[in-house]
Design a protein around this ligand. Structure first.
Ligand SMILES: C[S@@+](CC[C@H](N)C(=O)[O-])C[C@H]1O[C@@H](n2cnc3c(N)ncnc32)[C@H](O)[C@@H]1O
Length: 274
């Protein structure tokens, strides 16, 4: 946290509030409708995509997985439940990790789950500590993307894999479209260059890159539908202004996705020899 900018710290506080609220029944029903899961998820990762992530990582009971920017444990806990792998969850807000630890007890997997409060840009692990590494829409939620990718590279074993989703601005937009994309996206969506270049420069080989933009659009559409269905309960929980702002934000977001101004990809990467 010490190296986070003021804007990043403000965002972490918002995530903390989100996780505090996330156990409310109405939010869990909306999450189930939208992403097919029920963990207090805060990325756009659906259950189908989580399964794909697990397959790409080749998880088994012998694997050690680290999920960075783990929130309340989605999708890390789910991946550990279906594969039997050991799991380390890392994030900055304590609330999400506490929920994740409780959920691991409830799911009877707590003996193989560890939660750690740490900055993704300064991971408190030895070199080559993990077989598998995941993050879901983390890089568009922080400033120092290269630092995080270098830390990920340091802690992955030689035969390990990293799988992650990220939302980014479609290259080549004019100024007006670029600004609309920024306005309707995660706070730190802007990058100095493309992820392909960044990954190579940080010691990663891209094994596969899957365009999830159509699914992102569909998930966003379902989010709007779910919020509409539960509008009265949302107003009761969040207050009228916050609930209506939330719904209007989803609609603006859907517009820029539909127009192709933002994209969401899944990257599957192996460490390059340094
Ligand atoms: C889009 S959310 C995803 C949360 C969860 N994995 C999910 O899919 O629901 C991104 C997460 O990254 C975390 N995060 C942001 N900056 C971070 C940093 N510097 N170090 C560790 N986690 C960070 C946030 O707190 C947030 O929980």
């Amino acid at each position: 946290m010490a190296n986070c900018t003021k804007a990043e710290r403000e965002q972490i506080a918002k995530f903390n509030n989100f996780y505090q609220l996330s156990t409310h029944d109405v939010l869990r029903r909306i999450e189930k409708y939208t992403c097919g899961c029920c963990y207090g998820g805060n990325s756009w990762t659906t259950e189908k995509q989580a399964i794909l992530m697990g397959q790409k990582l080749g998880l088994s009971p012998r694997s050690s997985l680290i999920d960075i920017g783990a929130g309340a444990g989605w999708p890390g806990l789910y991946l550990s439940s279906i594969s039997g792998c050991s799991l380390t969850l890392v994030d900055l807000p304590e609330t999400g990790l506490k929920l994740a630890a409780n959920r691991s007890i409830q799911d009877k997997i707590s003996e193989r789950v560890t939660t750690i409060i740490a900055d993704a840009a300064e991971l408190p692990f030895e070199d080559q500590s993990f077989d598998a590494l995941s993050h879901s829409d983390l890089l568009c939620c922080l400033f120092s993307k290269e630092k995080v990718l270098i830390e990920c590279r340091r802690i992955i074993r030689e035969q390990g894999k990293m799988v992650f989703s990220v939302i980014y601005i479609t290259p080549g937009l004019d100024k007006i479209d670029y600004e609309r994309a920024v306005l309707n996206s995660p706070n730190f969506i802007q990058t100095d260059g493309e992820y392909e270049t960044m990954l190579r420069e940080c010691g990663w080989h891209i094994d596969d890159q899957i365009d999830l933009s159509k699914e992102y659009q569909e998930t966003c559409r379902l989010q709007i539908e779910a919020d509409d269905l539960h509008q009265q309960e949302l107003i009761k929980l969040l207050g009228e202004k916050q609930a209506l702002d939330r719904m209007s934000n989803w609609k603006s977001k859907l517009e820029v996705i539909k127009e192709g101004l933002v994209k969401r990809d899944l990257f599957v990467c192996s460490p390059n020899t340094l």
